[in-house]
Design a protein. Structure first.
Length: 125
């Protein structure tokens, strides 16, 4: 009975976390409707600190394992990231400060910042 209760509890928690992560965490321009936005998924080890020349702080909550979803306008924009690397960096995340990316964002498309081959890159989804 305990195993069944534990299993059901885990499933409910995973469903809750999954649904919560689908919400928009930040919207760069609230005047744009959601169907005209593009979306950037930001993992918990990256902070976007500047977008389109404006200071922002797009970062997942401290205990979150899921990336956050940010609503962006379409067009070409430059953004700046830092990585959040602790003293015990077991995942091998590179220390990055003030890395500039320029990307063309298309309405209705999603993009994700990910760690690949020792670098943080922007991946089209």
């Amino acid at each position: 009975m305990r195993k069944l209760l534990l299993g059901v509890s885990v499933i409910v928690i995973l469903l809750f976390v999954g649904c919560a992560s689908m919400e928009l965490a930040y919207v760069f321009n609230p005047e744009i409707s959601e169907d005209q936005m593009s979306f950037l998924w930001v993992p918990n080890y990256v902070v976007v600190k500047e977008f389109d020349g404006k200071e922002v702080k797009w970062v997942a909550p401290a205990l979150s394992t899921a990336p956050i979803r940010v609503g962006l306008p379409s067009g070409e924009f430059t953004f700046v990231i830092d990585t959040l690397v602790g003293d015990r960096n077991l995942a091998g995340i590179p220390t990055i400060n003030n890395k500039y990316y320029t990307k063309e964002f298309e309405a209705g498309k999603s993009y994700q910042l990910i760690l690949r081959n020792g670098e943080i890159i922007v991946l089209d989804l």
